[in-house]
Design a protein around this ligand. Structure first.
Ligand code: 5GP
Ligand code: MG
Length: 203
């Protein structure tokens, strides 16, 4: 697995530092909300699976506040795809509560690329009438659609490259790498060739 890495883009120490900083920004916004409304502080987190599971796990341990966690499965990069094929919510939506009325909701995703995923999820959750709806991403790609997309918290802006590690996959692998890395081109080409040979590629 290590041999497949081209280079490390963001190492584990930088990630850990930024996660703490982003968590404190989230906390101070929440405290401001709670003051304004004179309510007891509580948050509903919606981490998007699978890519954000490690980020969310680290982030929540820096959010000392009462919270509910509602995982939501969204898919847009199936298999060996390295560009978005359009976002789709995989779960039966009845798994979510019918209403999010009065709840402060924070959506957590791994990476903002085309914005299709967050657009779909935000629209779906906004229809459930939350008290507030914010979005947080670990990574944002420096491409025009992503840079203009409204998102509340961004841990890192990265070049428009395909990355894996710290929860992000290629063909379901590499999520367990502790750093955010790029893969060697041959590795991606080989996986695509294998998939073609097996006749499983979507056209
Ligand atoms: P969007 O809907 O914004 O185009 O894409 C968001 C989703 O696409 C992310 O949640 C992630 O699953 C996937 N994605 C986008 N860029 C990358 C990337 O560079 N690497 C990986 N592994 N997944 C990506
Ligand atoms: Mg994802």
């Amino acid at each position: 697995m290590q041999d497949d890495i081209d280079h490390i883009l963001i190492d584990r120490h930088n990630i850990a530092q930024r996660v703490e900083t982003v968590a404190s920004q989230i906390m101070s916004d929440l405290l401001a909300d709670a003051k304004g409304e004179g309510e007891s502080l509580e948050i509903t987190l919606v981490p998007l699976l699978t890519g954000s599971f490690i980020f969310a796990a680290d982030l929540i341990r820096h959010l000392p506040v009462k919270m509910k966690i509602r995982l939501l499965s969204v898919s847009s990069y199936p298999g060996t795809a390295t560009s978005s094929r359009g976002a789709q919510i995989k779960d039966d939506l009845s798994y979510l509560p019918a209403s999010l009325a009065g709840q402060h909701v924070l959506v957590i995703d791994d990476i903002l690329d085309s914005g299709n995923t967050l657009k779909l999820v935000s629209k779906t959750l906004a229809a459930m009438n939350p008290a507030s709806l914010r979005t947080c991403v670990l990574l944002r790609k420096q491409r025009p659609e992503a840079m203009v997309f409204p998102v509340d918290y961004v841990a890192f802006d990265i070049p428009d490259e395909f990355v894996v590690g710290y929860g992000l996959d290629f063909n379901d692998h590499y999520r367990n790498l502790p750093d955010i890395v790029t893969l060697r081109e041959e590795v991606i080409a080989q996986a695509i060739a294998n998939e073609k040979a097996a006749g499983t590629t979507e056209s």
